[in-house]
Design a protein. Sequence first.
Length: 380
Amino acid sequence: MTKVLSVLGSTGSIGTQSLDVARKRGYRVSALAAYSNAELIEKQAREFKPETVALVDEKAAADLKTRLADTDIKVRAGLEGVCECASEKNCDTVLNSVVGMAGLKPTLAAIEAKKKIALANKETLVAGGKLVYEKADEYGVEILPVDSEHSAIFQCLQGCYDKKQLKKLILTASGGPFFGKTIEELKNVTVENALKHPNWSMGAKITIDSATMMNKGLELIEAVWLFKMKPEDIDIVVHRESIVHSLIEFDDNSVLAQLGLPDMRIPIQYALTYPDRFESPVGELDLAKCGSLTFFEPDYDTFKCINLCRKAISLGGLYPAAVNSANEQANKMFREGKIGFLDIYERSASVLEKIPVYDSYTYEDVMEIDALARELVENY
Ligand code: MG
């Protein structure tokens, strides 16, 4: 049976690479959603001929409607439109590569529609991991990781016969463009400096998150939910070459790793074809050409966002959601030139003492905390 995909965030880095995989594997695409890029999504719609397309931005959606007037493709607007794409009746798998916690609602919509989920939107789990897994268990939905580190762990876990024998997960981090820098040296770095990632080509938000290493903190929280691990059983090691994508360690101290060239099309394809593997567009890993692989302890005193996330997930409740939303706001303000690089941590950390404690929470509570955290960061 041909796979039928709905791709959310189709015009972004993961989205376009997912369509690359879909094209090569001959998958059908029944829905496409993005934020505002009408020109690119029109091109994608003409190639893949989905039933429904959506843009979050209302103006851009109106423009897209005009562009696709000669087709019978339904054009939808707003987050509701994205949710409609997430539950499109013909698709069997939703690839969610929306940026930020805006991806949470579409993930929940996809679960309710009983779609298999290939998740590239880590903020979905950081902000609402409990809501997502409660619903996924209720509807019997499978969530497969697309994030390269989590895909690596998921692949290694195929070699784990009994999860009770698993001691810890080890996430690798490239260290980003500012590896080895001191706090002093980071004071005046520019957006341009921060956007120069050494190994991965990604969107702007996640590239800044890699520079602050907030990305690794968010990934730690993502791993807690995906693999049902305690935060203290997840280690982080800096690996500059991004060849070893992550590792798992057993009780006998034996360690399994997954390696490959840093190209997202391997984890994307694995999430879509699991448990099968096929030829991929990514080149072979030539270890002799790599030469040496290096590993370092993260500099937690300089890149404080990692431990901020560790603290948030250890506190539990809506603390991870608050830190995530605060970071989304601070990351945006840095990219807009409104605050300095180090202010991203300062402002994100400031919300922890100011949010109420929740024992249990709903989607509406997450949205309330989201608004509060953004406001606190804005008015810091
Ligand atoms: Mg990653």
